[in-house]
Ligand binder design. Structure first.
Ligand SMILES: Nc1ncnc2c1ncn2[C@@H]1O[C@H](COP(=O)(O)OP(=O)(O)OP(=O)(O)O)[C@@H](O)[C@H]1O
Ligand SMILES: O=c1ccn([C@@H]2O[C@H](COP(=O)(O)O)[C@@H](O)[C@H]2O)c(=O)[nH]1
Length: 243
């Protein structure tokens, strides 16, 4: 009988989970719905209980996206976006702590009264001790995205895979929110993502993953237990990897 988490067999030792900022808003369009955050964090706790080392990068789309800021100076707008990702990182950390998970937040831009500064070796040490590490502020640089931050941190901590938990259930041949006839892929190469300009992740993130041979599984966070299915290697979403 395979009902409890302890019967599940994880496929990965160390993962980088990219959580969509938008997903933290629940049924609202903006902000944080903390009950939703708790629901999303339950399977993350199960991962930690299974002994999987978990790093998390959170997006900021529930608050602010620099690229959608209209007339604002882009660099300043991106600074605001990075702060938004940090609000989310703190929300996720709080939910994990309430569930009894040991967690540390590290930010790419120093704000030491609130979180640890990002120090790669320290992050790895936390992971080895079984602590979940939530990375805030993206890469710390404007003109990037949290997908790129996820690729960068995954490369730095030597993660086995990036799990992109997002608002769609995989990668389609065009944006499924705009084209109801869009067709979903089960697997794709990074070259396909780049050549077809598939917008589910930006090209910087796709290139970084390609160069560093880090696969990405894109799946829906609507059903938070998909995180467990993903770490156990069930075929959900779309797997993007080298040919
Ligand atoms: N080819 C495609 N396949 C799947 N989704 C696509 C595609 N092209 C565009 N999208 C859009 O990409 C979105 C997911 O990526 P997006 O960068 O917007 O969010 P995110 O990275 O999950 O995080 P955040 O909400 O924090 O910005 C989907 O909601 C979908 O509408
Ligand atoms: O490295 C980074 C990461 C993010 N930003 C800014 O934050 C927002 C929110 O991130 P999403 O990936 O869009 O969820 C992003 O739009 C940028 O404005 C950044 O500047 N640098």
């Amino acid at each position: 009988m395979k009902t409890g988490v302890f019967y599940l067999q994880p496929k990965y030792n160390r993962i980088l989970l990219k959580l969509s900022g938008e997903s933290l808003a629940g049924s609202a369009t903006h902000g944080i719905d903390f009950d939703t955050v708790l629901k999303i964090c339950e399977p993350i706790k199960k991962c930690a209980d299974m002994g999987i080392q978990v790093g998390i990068v959170v997006g900021g789309g529930n608050f602010w996206r620099g690229r959608s800021s209209g007339k604002m100076d882009r660099t300043r707008a991106d600074h605001m976006g990075m702060l938004a990702t940090t609000i989310n990182a703190l929300g996720v950390a709080d939910a994990l702590e309430q569930l009894g998970v040991q967690v540390r937040v590290q930010t790419a831009i120093a704000m030491q009264q609130i979180a640890e500064p990002y120090i790669r070796n320290r992050a790895v040490r936390h992971l080895e001790k079984g602590r979940v590490v939530v990375f805030g502020c993206g890469t710390g640089n404007p003109f990037f995205s949290t997908d790129t931050a996820a690729a960068l941190r995954a490369a730095e901590i030597d993660a086995d895979i990036i799990l992109k938990a997002t608002m769609v259930d995989g990668v389609y041949d065009s944006d499924p929110k705009k084209n109801p006839d869009a067709v979903k892929f089960d697997t794709l190469s990074f070259m396909d993502v780049l050549n077809r300009n598939l917008q589910v992740m930006d090209s910087t993130a796709a290139s970084l993953c390609k160069d560093n041979k880090i696969p990405i599984l894109v799946f829906s966070i609507d059903e938070p237990d998909n995180i467990i299915k993903a770490v156990c290697g069930e075929s959900i979403g779309t797997l993007v990897k080298e040919d």
